[in-house]
Design a protein around this ligand. Structure first.
Ligand code: SF4
Length: 371
């Protein structure tokens, strides 16, 4: 039987960051009602997923560390009661430094959370200020220290690059600082600005593409020198600490997403819940909240296989692609990857090709051509 991942979207933040276009509301006072609603939906959700054993759980957001500790405890108790969460399951909670208190950490531990993903973003207060983050650089240092003291070994730190006025040296310093905190996993995301965010006004101050490329390659170099493996375009980890939950997205494995704006992939179909907390809180049935559906047909599967596997350092398997797409289509893709390999953008593996870090940086262009 296929294993399952559970994703819970916690749509609350203390304030809104200036670059954020995720569905999250500055209304943490509604968090307890949200958790009660999730718990009331669990029987119906369990009926839909059947007996699949759950091997990853991920609370993302938003800011899951804003959930009241009593709500967290009730939520995990209900999840364990309804779903077969394996004892070896990876259970991740995202957290922001300013809200990761000892009390929240204790509630996470008691609930069986064994992985923390903390939104550090930068080691510089000026950059955090530009982003509209509510924490300081010192807050992150203290949060990681508290997490370690509370017994969390598996701590990931998120960083952002290509910020307005950021230099390559500054970004490299942030990566070095994250490593110095003892993170076992680092994510480095390129800032992308949507027109509907306040930071869009600073779009003229973004580093140019060549500077962004240097930033990206310097991060890859620094994390690898620290013993991490870059296992995905924007993620690197020490051995044994790659995010199992996130890997399931890129490996096209099944997951159930719950919460306003959360997506699922189940029984060959992707579907998303309407991004509205009001609708979520008043719905009687979780499936009445699904407002988007995409059936993944064979053509879709082939496209996803190419696009998702090439995000990973394991790369594209020629045998898998051939089984899915047929020999002719697979050969055409492999031929193009061989040409990219001559340009240093891809590299042969035992069973196909992977992109190099230079290739990852221009992967959007590469994938547009391959697909
Ligand atoms: S903490 Fe994350 S989800 Fe919340 S406003 Fe900031 S970027 Fe958006």
């Amino acid at each position: 039987m296929n294993r399952l991942g559970l994703y819970l979207h916690v749509p609350f933040c203390r304030g809104k960051c200036r670059y954020c276009d995720f569905y999250s509301l500055a209304a943490p006072e509604r968090a307890a009602a949200y958790v009660e609603k999730v718990i009331s939906f669990l029987p119906a959700l369990r009926e839909k997923t059947g007996d699949r054993p759950v091997d990853t759980v991920y609370l993302g957001g938003g800011t899951p560390s804003l959930l009241p500790p009593a709500s967290l405890t009730a939520l995990f108790a209900a999840l364990r009661e309804r779903f077969s969460i394996l004892p070896s399951a990876e259970i991740t909670c995202e957290a922001n430094p300013e809200s990761l208190t000892d009390e929240v950490l204790a509630a996470f531990r008691a609930a069986g959370v064994n992985r923390l993903s903390i939104g550090m973003q930068s080691a510089f207060d000026e950059e955090l200020f530009i982003l509209g983050r509510l924490h300081s650089a010192a807050d992150t240092a203290r949060a990681v220290e508290r997490a370690h003291k509370a017994g969390f070994e598996n701590v990931s730190l998120d960083l952002m690059y290509a910020l307005p006025c950021q230099s390559v040296d500054r970004f490299s310093e942030s990566v070095k600082t994250a490593l110095s905190y003892g993170a076992v996993h680092i994510s480095f995301y390129c800032l992308t600005l949507s027109e509907n965010t306040p930071l869009y006004a600073l779009r003229d101050r973004l580093p140019d593409e060549e500077t962004q490329r240097e930033m990206y390659l310097s991060a890859v170099d620094l994390v690898e020198k620290a013993g991490m493996k870059q296992y995905e375009i924007s993620n690197a980890a020490l051995p044994g600490f790659a995010s199992r939950h996130n890997l399931r997205y890129w490996r096209r494995e099944e997951y159930l997403g719950v919460g306003p704006g959360a997506w699922s992939y189940l029984d060959g179909e992707r579907f998303g819940m309407v991004p509205s907390l009001d609708r979520f809180l008043t719905a009687k049935d979780p499936f009445s909240l699904i407002d988007e559906r995409e059936e993944v047909d064979r053509a879709g599967m082939i496209e996803e296989e190419i696009a998702l596997s090439l995000r990973l350092s394991d790369g594209l398997s020629a045998a898998r692609l051939s089984t899915l797409a047929g020999r002719e289509k697979a050969d055409a893709v492999l031929k193009k990857l061989a040409v990219l390999s001559e340009k240093g953008l891809a590299r042969p593996t035992a069973d196909g090709f992977r992109l190099t870090p230079e290739g990852f940086f221009v992967s959007n262009t590469i994938l547009a051509d391959l697909i």
